[in-house]
Design a protein around this ligand. Sequence first.
Ligand code: NAP
Length: 243
Amino acid sequence: MNQLCGKIALVTGASRGIGRAIAVALAKEGVDVAVNYFSKADEAKKTCVAITDLGRKSLAVRADVSLSAEVAQMVKSIERKLGTIQILVNNAGIVYSASLDKIPEEDWDRVIDVNLKSAFLVTQAVLPGMRNDHWGRIVNISSVAAQTGGITAPPYVASKAGLWGLTHSYATLLVKEGITVNTVAPALIETDMITKGLKATSAHIPVGRFGTVEEVADVVVMLVRNGYMTGQTVSVNGGWYFT
Ligand code: NAP
């Protein structure tokens, strides 16, 4: 029997792109999945339909994951309707690029809050349930930008590098409690963020193409299955950066 069957997951930013693919890949493993979104309710519903079509339960939950009150409300609602969250994927994020000399302080704050503080807030909110169960899986979605600087701006790169520190800290503190914490560092994956947001081309990628959302989701599922990997970063970047 699949060891993940019947577990409950929360994937943040699962209305589109990488988050949607992770949510669906977890459902294929028999997991019930809460689909967090920020503004695109219709897209979140499509993710939920893909999950229920696989015979699993799903729930779309709107929350700005950079705000503690909304995170608390979201987790409460998921725990009431689906049960204790055992798998958390901190995926929600926004891309940011700007001229070096024109980065307003409020932009710095917003990018750090949405990309980094959110992972702390959601982790803190789900940890009591995981610790009570002595089992949990947390995967933080970072970026090749943390390794190379990438083609974005300092707030984005700093937020993605910050996720590594967060991962290392929680992995150390939770290692005896059956809870693993890992990071996935993708680039460049064909989603709205890359094609519309950054308008990037695949010229940066040694393999010569964008990655697919399913290629990232595969790695997340592998980390969720594996109880002996913790505190690690797995790169999914078409050979852009070697670890
Ligand atoms: P995407 O297509 O732009 O999707 C972003 C997701 O995040 C959407 O579901 C969006 O919700 C959600 N979101 C944004 N702000 C939020 C907030 N404040 N609260 C809750 N949800 C929020 O992006 P993607 O390419 O799939 O990226 C997913 C993650 O992978 C991000 O953390 C990104 O930095 C990282 N990443 C992506 C790439 C890449 O090549 N694509 C590379 C490296 C890292 P709505 O749909 O409701 O707006």
